[in-house]
Design a protein around this ligand. Structure first.
Ligand code: SF4
Ligand code: SF4
Length: 112
C-alpha cells in the first residue's frame, strides 16, 4: 500500500519530501518526482511535508490513476534523496489543475 506522487507535483518539485523518506524511494523527473511503489514502506511521513499536497496514499481514490505512472517512471528516472532548490516559478504552479496534460515531461531529472 504505497504512497504515490500525483500531478500536483509537476512544476512545483519542492523536494521537501525526499529529505524525510527513510528508504530513499523518490525518483526525479525533469519537472516532478515519483515514488517507487515497491520500495515505499507506507510510513506516510512524506505526505504532510509536501507544500503542494501532491502525495497521497494509494487508498485514496484520487491516487489510483497515478500508481502505474509512478511505477513506470521510478524505473526510468534517477534517485533523489537530497533537497534541491525548487523552480523559481514553483509557487505560481501550486494548485493549478490538469498539469499532466499540459506540462508533464518524461525526461529524467539530474538526481543526486
Ligand atoms: S514535496 Fe511535493 S511538490 Fe515537492 S517534490 Fe515532493 S511531491 Fe513534489
Ligand atoms: S510513505 Fe514513507 S517510504 Fe513511502 S515515499 Fe513517503 S516517506 Fe518514503
Amino acid at each position: 500500500m504505497p504512497y504515490v506522487v500525483t500531478e500536483q507535483c509537476i512544476k512545483c518539485k519542492y523536494t521537501d519530501c525526499v529529505e524525510v523518506c527513510p528508504v530513499d524511494c523518490f525518483y526525479e523527473g525533469d519537472n516532478m518526482l515519483v515514488i517507487h511503489p515497491d520500495e515505499c514502506i507506507d510510513c506516510g511521513v512524506c505526505e504532510p511535508e509536501c507544500p503542494a499536497e501532491a502525495i497521497l496514499p494509494d487508498t485514496d481514490g484520487r491516487a489510483e490513476e497515478w500508481l502505474e505512472m509512478n511505477r513506470q517512471y521510478a524505473a526510468a528516472w534517477p534517485n533523489l534523496n537530497r533537497k534541491k532548490a525548487a523552480p523559481a516559478d514553483a509557487d505560481a504552479f501550486k494548485g493549478v489543475p490538469d498539469k499532466f496534460k499540459t506540462y508533464f515531461s518524461d525526461k529524467p531529472g539530474s538526481g543526486n
